[in-house]
Design a protein. Structure first.
Lengths: 305, 263
């Protein structure tokens, strides 16, 4: 059983520790699995941009590939969602909360909020739910949360198509302000991708966070003015100044209101908080850049141990 | 020492590598609920109390692999072969020691990146991109990949979703995608066992090609014949220790004596 079979292998394999390290250094070998520097990481990520988009599109397409109607569901699902909201809030409850064009107001809010919500949720599971991929292949891990945020952006674009149908049905005119949707979407995407990366790192270390996130997100939704007008609430009720600032600076609320301002003619600039574009840009930069750097700092630890 | 020939350039150096797995929640120590809470609140201190078990999978393994070598990894189940392979690929951390590599070694396998609901064609692109190929490279190799897999031998299957494939067809396509890329250091874990006899022959041929183009090939297999056919050097791991390192015939002779002696 335990006869000594150790035959000394050829070459330098069994000389001392220093010799092997020196041999590696002499031939320019690097330590396997070390974290690259930030500029190198950005370069690697850029090199994988086609993978990021292909992965997002593949995930999106795979969703409905078993359905008979196939990709029609991409538009049909948000339309049905909007119909449910119309039925509950428009027909059953008849609530308008004193908001003009309440249904377009509500549906825009729901779609834009869903973009942030799904990106954060998908980001939380981006690493912990794809350990097989992370453990099998080498790529900058930030590709995963970014790809999931991109998938949600594609999903939102389909929802926007449904939204245009709804706006048309409610007689909302097309205006030049519709062009503002593009910068709003870009900024919101940067914010969402950043938060997705932050959540991906947290979710990779403690997968339990995925159980907690639905409750956090629901609370966040209720303070983001998805179903009511923050501007009107602030005018009618007396809140402490700090609470007012928090409500108005809430990134989700900022992006939702900007999108409403861009699309719905009865939603005026006076209903937007002060410095709203500064908030939108600030959040996008803070979450996007901050989230990216923070995610990169744990790059070599994802999917290990 | 400085005047080495091309063939003698090292591509992978393992320097007294130890790999330890930590398994959480094995039940030792406190009750599960408090243990879990402790782990979250005080990850460092509570680790011992919360019943984290350490599995020492690879112990003090050193070797130097050189360009042009095909190295077989053998050993009984659970001897640490796959673990060592993952560590070489940089996908598992080493506890002590170090692994130095020339370029980025890659595991042969794209299974995790593929999606069953997509067509074979889209999976070829997705898998290729996941391995770091460019769209143009994949386009150039596309026909080669499909022909190699033999998916279209019995009709136009490449345009059908992968979930409609038989398990053998899916395995063949996966290997074909994975083997399409040229690697500096290629790590293969039991990939040769897939597919029918004809496909196995083609796979062995492809691995020989990869080996010529690339630097070094590591092959983990329980099939001594495929080790004999592809490798000229073998590392034998037993209980995480490197038991033998040498020419294929010598090591396999001892290994076969060892395994038949145990039965």
């Amino acid at each position: 059983m335990s006869q000594v079979l150790h035959t000394p292998p050829h070459g330098a394999a069994h000389t001392g520790e220093d010799d092997l390290a020196a041999l590696a250094a002499r031939h320019g070998l690097s330590v396997s699995g070390a974290r690259p520097g930030l500029p190198e990481y950005v370069r690697q990520l850029w090199a994988r941009r086609h993978f990021i988009t292909a992965f997002a599109t593949a995930k999106l397409t795979a969703q409905y590939s078993q359905a008979r109607l196939g990709q029609i569901w991409q538009v049909a699902t948000p339309l049905l969602n909007a119909a449910v909201y119309y039925f509950i809030f428009g027909v059953l409850l008849g609530t308008k909360h004193g908001v003009d064009d309440y249904i377009p107001f509500l549906v825009t809010g729901v779609f834009v909020w869903t973009f942030t919500q799904s990106s954060v949720m998908a980001g939380t599971r981006a690493i912990s739910g794809n350990l097989g991929l992370v453990r099998a292949l080498h790529f900058p891990r930030a590709a995963l949360p970014i790809s999931f945020a991109l998938q949600q952006l594609q999903q939102l674009l389909f929802s926007m198509a449904a939204l245009l149908i709804i706006l048309f049905c409610f007689g909302i005119p097309v205006g030049p302000s519709w062009l503002l949707t593009i910068p709003v979407l870009v900024l919101q995407f940067a914010f969402n991708a950043g938060v997705a990366m932050i959540m991906a790192r947290m979710g990779a270390k403690t997968p339990d966070i995925a159980q907690l996130m639905p409750f956090v997100l629901r609370t966040w939704m209720y303070v983001s003015g998805v179903m009511f007008s923050i501007d009107k609430t602030l005018r009618e009720t007396h809140l402490p100044h700090a609470a007012q600032v928090l409500l108005e600076a809430n990134p989700a609320a900022v992006y939702i209101d900007l999108m409403r301002f861009a699309l719905i003619d009865s939603f005026h600039a006076s209903q937007l908080p002060h410095h709203v574009w500064a908030y939108a840009l600030g959040w996008a930069l803070l979450a996007g850049v901050g989230g990216f750097v923070w995610f990169w700092k744990a790059e070599e630890r994802y999917g290990r141990g | 020492m400085a005047e080495r020939s091309e063939e003698n350039v090292p591509t992978v150096i393992a320097d007294r590598v130890d790999i330890v797995y930590r398994v959480h929640g094995t039940g030792a120590g406190r009750g599960p609920a408090t243990a879990a809470l402790h782990r979250i609140l005080r990850p460092g201190k509570a680790a011992k109390a919360a019943g984290v078990r350490r599995v020492h999978a690879v112990k003090k393994v050193s070797f130097v692999a050189r360009r042009g070598e095909a190295i077989g990894l053998i050993g009984t189940n659970g001897s640490g072969k796959s673990t060592l392979l993952k560590a070489i690929a940089g996908l598992l951390p080493v506890e002590s020691g170090a692994i130095y590599t020339d370029g980025q070694p890659s595991l042969l396998g794209v299974n995790a990146a593929l999606m069953n609901d997509l067509t074979g064609e889209r999976n070829v692109y997705l898998g290729g991109l996941a391995m770091g190929m460019s769209r143009e490279q994949i386009k150039a190799r596309y026909q080669e990949i499909v022909d190699f897999s033999g998916i279209n031998d019995k009709g136009d299957f490449i345009s059908l979703p992968m979930r409609t494939y038989s398990s053998g067809m899916a395995a063949r396509l996966r290997f074909s995608i994975a083997a399409a890329k040229d690697h500096d250091v290629l790590l293969i874990d039991e990939a040769l066992a897939t597919g029918d006899r004809a496909f196995q022959k083609r796979s062995e041929q492809r691995i020989r090609e990869l080996r010529e183009q690339a630097g070094t090939v590591f092959l983990v297999s329980h099939n001594n014949k495929s080790i004999r056919d592809t490798c000229e050097r073998v590392l034998w791991l037993e209980r995480g220790e490197l038991r033998m390192d040498g020419p294929t015939e010598d090591v396999l002779k001892e290994y076969e004596a060892f395994t038949s002696g145990r039965r």
